[in-house]
Design a binder for this molecule. Structure first.
Ligand code: HPA
Length: 231
């Protein structure tokens, strides 16, 4: 057991899907896995382990929101439970008017305003990057399933209600999406030499102001799970 995960060591699989929302973790376990068991109950941030339709053992552990929180789960899953592959299934904002709501993005890399990486690297920049094999597998799985997918650079922010509109600078440099987790996920995965990928669905567009309803969010969430389970 670790501080934030009260599973026994063998209750966590080597591959972990990380939705942000604990309710999504439950929903994936109930609708996509066989023999799913609740394996983490700490703080109500539930985790489940079960068997995929292809017969592979997999864990679904919610990361909750933001890089400090995701970092705690990623660090404990890797160092205490021997996890080798972390895949985020999240939502993101689009940073240009042309990107449609519901578009799925694979984050090839992620910039950040987070103090976490300033602590490691100071004023030098580090490039948090997805694992190429996972990225390719997710891309090919989406194409095979007929799900529209794009690959783009992400901006991971600590500041959801940013008063400074800093995303506009990132948009100028071709960054496609904004969310709050991927830079930390990729940095921690690199440090421990494990695989990581963020799969994100566009839930809102910062340029046009459009937003998905909760019903529509559910449908696109299904597509991300299908991609992750078909890899
Ligand atoms: N900002 C940060 N994270 C997000 C956003 C956003 O606009 N949309 C979805 N996740």
């Amino acid at each position: 057991m670790s501080i934030h995960i009260n599973s026994k060591k063998d209750e966590i699989a080597e591959t972990v899907l990380m939705p942000g929302d604990p309710k999504r973790a439950k929903w994936i376990a109930e609708n996509f896995l066989n023999n799913a068991e609740l394996v983490n109950t700490v703080r109500g941030n539930h985790g489940y382990t079960g068997i995929t339709p292809q017969g592979e053992r997999i864990t679904i552990q919610a990361s909750n929101m933001g890089m400090p929180t995701l970092s705690i789960y990623a660090e404990e899953l890797i160092t205490k439970y021997g996890v080798k592959c972390l895949m985020r299934l999240g939502s993101c904002g689009a940073l240009n008017a042309e990107t449609k709501l519901r578009q799925i993005f694979l984050a090839i890399s992620s910039g950040s305003d987070s103090a976490l990486n300033f602590k490691h690297f100071g004023l030098t920049t580090y490039a948090p990057t997805a694992n190429f094999e996972l990225l390719l597998q997710a891309y090919q799985a989406a194409k095979k399933l007929g799900i529209s997918v794009e690959v783009g650079t992400n901006f991971a922010t600590d500041d959801f209600y940013d008063l400074t509109d800093q995303w506009k600078v990132f948009a100028e440099f071709g960054v496609k999406t904004i969310e709050m987790e991927s830079a930390a996920l990729y940095t921690i995965a690199a440090r421990y030499k494990i695989q990581a990928l963020s799969i994100n669905t566009v839930s809102d567009n910062l340029v046009t102001g459009e937003k998905l309803s909760s019903d529509e969010r559910e449908k696109t969430f299904t597509d991300m799970v299908k991609i992750a389970l078909a890899m």
